[in-house]
Design a protein around this ligand. Structure first.
Ligand code: HEM
Length: 477
């Protein structure tokens, strides 16, 4: 029976065909690899040494890359007996990478706009309002491929990194850039990003086992986290069998101006006349759509602690006076139960980076009773750069998922309606200078609103569009 991409996969009850598919598929696509320490190794291929490089990629697939099958079994073992998984490895090829290998004809063809042209191309840049002048030199050059290495032990990441680097060298490739990622956790052990908010809570779930667990533990009545395999997988065009799949992959290094963002939260709190330190936390929740601990602001006006809910939608918040329309999570997932809208949702696999060590851990910041208190006691401990998020995501349809989300939702000042303004976290381009509308009183239909601009605290420093080919592709090289 052919692989059915129109539904999620029950991997523990997989058919023989589905098991083969999992053995041929790279890990991290159907479920995050979960390792806390990573390195992304970006490389360039020498077209004159394509033969050597093919040998190196073959070797990577035979001995290093983590298949989906392996990853799922490891996760199971870990949950049963705490046995940690091996170092995770995944390999990605860009459009120029396929060409350098002499395989232009085998490259994925369903994304002629963005994948084929690359993230630095004028068409891609214009679509999402990127600014190449902000890019780090390491990214602002041709990148043919990327290897992601992950482990919970930084030394083991380095060990594998060295093994991979040796192979790349033997393949005649040059490492052009390396980027370290490292998870940041709050006291409840939830992963957070550098502004201090729980991240990664809401994900499209592609495995029946994960969907059932979510339904049993957190509920899935108001928001259905179940997505079909087709949200991420496409047939690997270079392989003629029926079990080899891949996925488009987005990498973007997004630098966060934490000092600017946290100060603007205070300016907003003052503007909205939020008094004591605790009440002022609401300002940030109106920006993100969740409190720092992950509590959705559409459900309550105060943080409720660990185990943030995800079974909610905005049906009872149609006017946006609990969670504003511009709030990050409402912009990038309006949560209507409509297939055409759900088609934009993508599995995100980001991890923070801390190129420059922080003075204070993001979950240790004291609350501030007013702007002066913040300026006197908090501000100088916060970085204006050198930290951020390595945004990574898998797409089956790059144009309709990542590019659509960034362009037509986050950057678009008129989404979901005229004059709403851009996403205050990731909005960029002309929409980012529009003033958003902020409710002065939470959940009051008659509430006054304040116009206020919250934007430009995240800067795109570089990235690329890749494809995560099947293991079959690499092994056949
Ligand atoms: C530095 C950049 C970013 C920061 C700090 C950030 C932060 C967050 C936070 C705190 C959440 C809430 C946790 C959750 O629901 O999982 C979230 C959710 C989300 N973010 Fe971001 N994000 C960033 C970039 C992006 C980008 C570039 C995109 C896509 C273009 C994106 C798309 C999403 C989506 C789809 C959700 C889940 C919304 C939902 O299902 O309710 N984020 N982000």
């Amino acid at each position: 029976m052919a692989i059915d991409l129109s539904k999620p996969l029950a991997w523990k009850a997989a058919s023989t065909e589905e098991q083969k598919m999992l053995q041929c598929l790279q890990g991290n696509i159907l479920k995050g690899h979960g390792r806390t320490e990573t390195v992304n190794i970006f490389f360039k291929i020498d077209p004159l040494k394509a033969l050597e490089m093919k040998r190196a990629l073959r070797e990577l697939a035979n001995y290093h890359i983590t298949s989906a099958d392996h990853q799922l079994r490891e996760t199971e073992d870990f949950h049963k007996g705490g046995k940690p998984g091996l170092t995770f490895v995944s390999v990605f090829i860009s459009a120029t990478g396929y060409s350098a290998l002499g395989l232009t004809a085998q490259a994925p063809t369903t994304e002629p706009q963005f994948f084929k042209k690359g993230m630095r191309h004028a068409t891609s840049v214009a679509a999402v309002s990127d600014k190449l002048t902000d890019w780090e030199a390491g990214f602002n050059q041709q990148i043919d491929g990327m290897i992601l290495v992950g482990d919970n032990d930084r030394r083991l990441v380095q060990f594998k990194r060295d093994a991979v680097a040796k192979l790349l060298k033997e393949g005649g490739a040059t490492i052009v850039h390396e980027q370290i990622g490292s998870a940041v956790k709050n006291k409840a052990n939830d992963g957070i990003e550098h502004f201090g908010y729980v991240d990664g809570r809401s994900q499209p779930l592609l495995l029946v086992e994960d969907i059932e667990r979510e339904a049993n533990t957190a509920g899935s009545v108001r928001w259905d986290p179940a997505f079909s395999l087709g949200a991420a997988l496409v047939k690997d065009p270079s392989v003629t069998d029926t079990v080899s799949f891949g996925s488009y992959f987005i990498f973007r290094k997004l630098e966060q101006n934490v000092q600017g963002f946290k100060r603007q939260e205070q300016v907003l709190a003052t503007k909205l006349k939020f008094k004591d330190a605790e009440k002022r936390e609401l300002a940030g929740a109106l920006v993100v759509g969740r409190f720092e601990d992950g509590t959705p602001v559409t459900l309550t006006d105060e943080a409720k602690g660990a185990n943030p809910p995800n079974d909610f939608n905005y049906e009872n918040d149609a006017a946006g006076n609990r969670c504003p329309f511009h709030a990050h999570i409402r912009k990038v997932n309006p949560r209507h139960d409509v297939a055409s809208e759900r088609a934009h949702i993508m599995p995100r696999r980001g991890i923070p980076f801390t190129d420059v060590a922080r003075k204070v851990h993001p979950s240790d910041l004291p609350g501030s009773k007013d702007l002066k208190d913040f300026d006197d006691n908090v501000k100088d401990d916060l970085p204006t750069g050198g930290v951020g998020l390595l945004f990574m995501a898998y797409n089956s349809n790059l144009t309709n998922q990542f590019v659509f989300t960034q362009k037509s939702w986050a950057n678009e000042k008129n989404f979901p309606s005229t004059g709403v303004g851009a996403d205050p976290i990731i909005g960029q381009g002309p929409g980012a200078s529009v003033l958003q509308t902020w409710p002065v009183t939470w959940d009051d239909p008659a509430t006054a609103t304040e116009p206020f601009n919250f934007a430009n605290f995240v800067t795109m420093r570089g990235g690329e569009y890749f494809f995560a080919p099947s293991l079959t592709f690499f092994k056949n090289l």
